[in-house]
Design a protein around this ligand. Structure first.
Ligand code: PRP
Length: 210
């Protein structure tokens, strides 16, 4: 696996992943733990953001401060990516949010798009794509291609659980994209579900399993 994959290894992330994997975790708890786990990842994902200096006046004197150099655009892939937005907005309240609606056709496993809405100036922004699951990689690759067509140059992908097949596809098709995950799982099953995985994240967040 290439240099552009970072598996964020942290005891609190491992603990929270275990709650998310557990089939007995109800939607209410699943949502709050997904948010907490995303917060733990967000600190690492934002570690290399560039800053510029600016003066700040403390109550005592003027000193050097810092501000973020680039604008940030968060892009959740609907639906499951929505469960990761609030955690990022808490540490990046100035970020703007674009949305990509994609679902995976259950037969072909290919992504089908149904919604796009983005802020301007993607070319001058750091774009952070959010989706808890990276299975075949079809959805995230389609999202990255779409964003590049609209000018995005600096793109990060944040996912919780990935399958090797999806990581290979993403690193081959978009070697310039930095990928952050919490765990690399074993494999996909015939239906394209990640094993051991956590099931369908969208369904578990929104309670639409049945
Ligand atoms: C899931 C998941 C990803 C995609 C991953 O969404 O949230 O977007 O599948 O699969 P891939 O890597 O093989 O493309 P799903 O299609 O179930 O849509 P949903 O979020 O609306 O439930």
């Amino acid at each position: 696996m290439g240099n552009n994959l970072l598996i964020i290894n942290h005891p609190l992330i491992k603990r929270d992943l275990t709650y998310l994997r557990d089939k007995n975790t109800p939607s209410s708890l699943f949502r709050s733990i997904l948010k907490r786990l995303t917060s733990l990842m967000a600190f690492e994902v934002t570690k290399d953001l560039a800053t510029t200096t600016k003066e700040v006046e403390t109550p005592l004197e003027v000193t050097e401060g810092h501000e973020l150099k680039d604008e940030i655009v968060l892009v959740p892939i609907l639906r499951a990516g929505l469960g990761m937005v609030d955690a990022f907005l808490e540490i990046l309240p100035e970020a703007r949010v674009g949305h990509i609606g994609l679902y995976r056709d259950e037969e072909t496993l290919k992504p089908v798009d149904y919604y796009f809405k983005f802020p301007k100036n993607l070319d001058k922004s750091v774009v952070i794509i959010l989706d808890p699951m990276l299975a075949t990689g079809g959805s995230v690759c389609a999202a990255v291609s779409y964003l590049k067509e609209r000018g995005a140059k600096k793109i990060k992908v944040v996912s919780l659980i990935a399958a090797p097949e999806g990581i290979n596809k993403l690193t081959n098709e978009h070697p310039d994209v930095q990928i952050y995950i919490a765990v690399l799982d074993r494999q996909l099953n015939q239906k394209g579900f990640i094993l051991p995985g956590l099931g369908d994240a969208g369904d578990r967040i929104f309670g639409t399993e049945n």
